[in-house]
Design a protein around this ligand. Sequence first.
Ligand code: CO8
Length: 259
Amino acid sequence: SSGPLVDTAVDNEGIATVTMQRLPVNSLNLDLLEAMDKALDEVTNNKCKGMILTSASPTVFSAGLDIMEMYKPDMKRVETFWNTLQEVWTKLFGSSFITAAAINGHAPAGGCLLAMSCEYRVMMSGKYSIGLNETALGIVAPNWFMHTMVNTIPQRQAELALTTAKMFSVDEALKVGLIDETASDKADAVAKCKQFIKKFDKIPPLARFLTKQKIREAPLKWMMENRTQDTQEFLMFVGHPKVQKSLEMYIQALKQKGG
Ligand code: CO8
């Protein structure tokens, strides 16, 4: 399918809504990540005060990394893929503008990472789940995935969630603080994200940004200092025959489930 993979709409109050629209499940392939990288630059260049991240799918926020990018990969492309993911995370997690996620459906793995990289999360009620499930796939989440979770929920809860590959229901996510509010539908989720962003109308923007930057400094610094090594680890991981075998089985299971 063609058409833009990300839609960016800025309202008259300077709040940008960035909608991922790589249907059906917004799995993060290189093209979607590149479109998100551009959208984040656009929000910065337009001097938007805030950004809401959401999805065009009625039931999925994002299915996480596109498994097909990692299965039998072209090594050059998969390296660019990983570097672009690092770049998107750095821009989103470290943004000067205010960020909120309107999570209108499932948010496993990379989908959860994107939501946690924002400053506030509103999730639509329903039978949806959110979490970092890497260990269940035999994958160790990279350090910065873990840092992002520890920035969101208490370390003890993050350790339990990461080791057990916990996928949280909406109620469980609310209870542990993985999300901040629930919403009845997408419009309600977006409206609640806007309310969050508007809270800052009374706070001097520079003080707000410098505070966010200081709080988030350690994970960002980790990325700056370990980016190359992080990429090498990822490339070693996807190049491993055992990993390729489990990705193959995982893809088969996904396809069977979908029918
Ligand atoms: N990548 C590629 N294709 C996908 C993915 C994905 N992550 N998720 C779903 N699809 C495909 C399905 O195969 C299916 O394809 P088809 O139509 O050809 O059968 C189509 O999308 C629709 O999927 P479903 O039928 O499953 O849609 P549902 O609405 O029923 O369910 C879910 C949506 C809940 C999102 C479900 O698809 C799901 O659970 N997906 C897998 C999510 C997942 O496990 N993602 C993990 C990705 S790994 C990651 O993000 C971090 C890895 C870090 C690597 C670190 C290395 C060191």
